[in-house]
Design a protein around this ligand. Structure first.
Ligand SMILES: NC(=O)c1ccc[n+]([C@@H]2O[C@H](COP(=O)([O-])OP(=O)(O)OC[C@H]3O[C@@H](n4cnc5c(N)ncnc54)[C@H](OP(=O)(O)O)[C@@H]3O)[C@@H](O)[C@H]2O)c1
Length: 337
C-alpha cells in the first residue's frame, strides 16, 4: 500500500510517497481502507516542524479521516467489516476526564496518521460515521468538530439563549458556530475578512466583528451584548487575543483555551480573571464519548460540515500550503482511493 511520510526532517518539501506493507490487524485492532482525510492547523505545524512537540520521524501525518473497515483482529466487537468509521484523535480516551497518559496516543503524531491507503486503528478509537454525511464531510469531524463540541457542551454546558464568541473562521470556530446555533445560542464571530463574516452570518451568526480593521474588537463585542459580555469564548488566538477575550466575556463567563493562531507571545494579568470571576479551561480536543454525542446531535440536526476545498490525498503539500494562507472558509479535505 501507499503512504505519505514526513521523511528525515520536518518541512512541506519533505513529504514522500512510499510503499508500506499491507497492515494486518492484531487483537482488538481494525484495518480501514481510508476514503477521505481532513486537515487541521496542527497537521500543518507538525509537517513544518513548528508544533510545540517534536515527534520521531518518519511519521505518517494527519489525524482525521474516515474509512471502511476491511479487516478485524481477534476479539473485535465494536465494529464489523464494511462499517464506515471515523478515527478518533485520541487512541485511548474513551470518556470521563482526561488522563495525562494520553499524550503518547495522539493520531497523526506521535502515532501514525491516516495519510495512506490503509490504517490500523484500535477498535476503541473509532466512531461510526454519521449516516447523512459523505466521506469528505465525515473526515472533518475527529479533531476540529470534537474540540468545538467538547468546549461548548461536554465542558461548557451551553444553554439555549447563551451568547458564544468564536474567533476567526477556522475549522474549530465554524463547527462551534454551527453547533451553538443548532442549540439555540446566539453567536458572534470575529474574522479578518468582511466577506467571511457574511458567510458566517449565512450559517446563523447573529453578528460579526472584523478584528483586522477593528483591533479593539473586544469593545465591539461588548457593544453587541449591551455591555454585558458573552457567556462563552472559544479562544483560538493565543495570549494577545486572550487579553481581548477576557474583556469580551461576561462576569462569571467561561473561556475555552484552544489554540494560538496569533502566536504564543503576550502578557496576561491573572487578576483580570479574578476580577471578572471567569472560568478558564484548557481543551484537549475531546473524548470518544464527546465525539459520539456530537454525531448524535449532527444527525438529529442534519448539520453538515463546511467544506472549503478538496485535493487528492497525494496533493498534501499544496493542500497544506492552502491552509497556511488562511484564505480558507471551512475544512480542507483530501480524497483517497
Ligand atoms: N486544544 C485543542 O484541542 C485544539 C484542537 C483543534 C485546534 N486547536 C488549535 O486551534 C487553533 C485553530 O485550529 P483550526 O484547525 O480551527 O485552524 P484553521 O482552520 O487553520 O483556522 C485558520 C483561521 O483562523 C483565523 N485566524 C488566524 N489568525 C487568527 C488570530 N490571530 N485570531 C483569530 N483568528 C485567527 C483565520 O480566520 P479569518 O480569516 O476568518 O480571520 C484563519 O482562516 C489552532 O491554533 C489549532 O492548533 C486546538
Amino acid at each position: 500500500m501507499k503512504a505519505i511520510i514526513i521523511d528525515g526532517e520536518p518541512g512541506l518539501d519533505n513529504l514522500r510517497l512510499v510503499d508500506r506493507p499491507m497492515p494486518v490487524p492484531r487483537r482488538q485492532e481494525v484495518v480501514v481502507r481510508v476514503r477521505a482525510t481532513a486537515l487541521n492547523y496542527r497537521d500543518l505545524e507538525i509537517v513544518r516542524g513548528s508544533y510545540h512537540t517534536r515527534f520521531a520521524l518518519p511519521l505518517i501525518p494527519v489525524s482525521d479521516g474516515v474509512g471502511e473497515v476491511v479487516a478485524i483482529g481477534e476479539d473485535v466487537t465494536r465494529v464489523k467489516i464494511g462499517d464506515r468509521v471515523c478515527s478518533t484523535f485520541w487512541q485511548r480516551w474513551v470518556g470521563g476526564s482526561f488522563d495525562m497518559a494520553e499524550p503518547s496516543y495522539q493520531r497523526g503524531g506521535p502515532l501514525d496518521g491516516l495519510l495512506a491507503d490503509y490504517a490500523t486503528l484500535d477498535e476503541q478509537a473509532v466512531v461510526a460515521a454519521p449516516a447523512h454525511l459523505n466521506d469528505l464531510e465525515a473526515a472533518t469531524l475527529p479533531c476540529a468538530g470534537v474540540t468545538a463540541w467538547h468546549s461548548l457542551f461536554t465542558e461548557g454546558r451551553l444553554q439555549p439563549g447563551d451568547t458564544v464568541l468564536t474567533l476567526g473562521t477556522g475549522g474549530v470556530s465554524l463547527f462551534a458556530l454551527q453547533f451553538a446555533v443548532n442549540a439555540g445560542a446566539r453567536v458572534i464571530v470575529t474574522s479578518s475578512s468582511d466577506d467571511k463574516i457574511e458567510r458566517a452570518k449565512a450559517l446563523g451568526a447573529a453578528a460579526g466583528v472584523n478584528y483586522r480593521t477593528d483591533p479593539d474588537w473586544s469593545s465591539a463585542v461588548l457593544d453587541l451584548t449591551g455591555g454585558r459580555g458573552v457567556d462563552h469564548v472559544l479562544e483560538v488566538g493565543g495570549p494577545q487575543s486572550f487579553a481581548h477575550s477576557l474583556k469580551a466575556v461576561r462576569f462569571g463567563g467561561q473561556i475555552s483555551v484552544i489554540g494560538y493562531l496569533g502566536g504564543t507571545e503576550g502578557l496576561i494579568n491573572p487578576l483580570d480573571i479574578f476580577r471578572r470571576q471567569v472560568s478558564v479551561r484548557g481543551i484537549p480536543v475531546g473524548s470518544r464519548a464527546s465525539f459520539q454525542a456530537m454525531v448524535k446531535a449532527m444527525e438529529a440536526g442534519k448539520i453538515r460540515p463546511v467544506i472549503d476545498r478538496c485535493f487528492a490525498w497525494t496533493e498534501i503539500a499544496p493542500a497544506l500550503r492552502h491552509l497556511e494562507t488562511g484564505a480558507h472558509f471551512g475544512k480542507i479535505v483530501l480524497q483517497h482511493g
